[in-house]
Design a protein around this ligand. Structure first.
Ligand code: FES
Length: 108
């Protein structure tokens, strides 16, 4: 993990497989620094699920960008629909028009 820039006045820490594991980096932060962390993740579903579990464990806000196969990409076929949790219960959301970014806690 490395500090690679600033976003909206906050430090931006980017992790990739080349720079280290996000779990290791979070573990090195003191509690105050960890309380300021927000996670934005993209990548394979298994990695996003693991990232969502990590966010839940550390009680951190987390947004995930889902990658789904898209036949129409206009909301017409529902081929990209994923199950999410809403305040009213489970629902299907179309990644192409209602995402692709979702709150991780809604999806995983
Ligand atoms: S790809 Fe057809 S509804 Fe999303």
């Amino acid at each position: 993990m490395k500090r690679s820039g600033r976003l909206l006045g906050d430090d931006l820490i980017q992790t990739t497989t080349a720079t280290g594991q996000v779990v290791e980096r979070l573990a090195t932060l003191d509690e105050r620094s960890r309380s300021e962390v927000e996670i934005y993740a993209c990548g394979p579903m298994a990695m996003l699920a693991a990232t969502a579990r990590l966010a839940r464990e550390f009680d951190l806000p987390c947004q995930v960008a889902l990658e789904e196969l898209m036949a129409c990409a206009t909301g017409g076929c529902a081929g990209c629909a994923v199950r999410v949790q809403t305040p009213d219960g489970p629902a299907m959301k179309k990644v192409c028009v209602e995402g692709p970014v979702f709150d991780a806690a809604q999806v995983f």
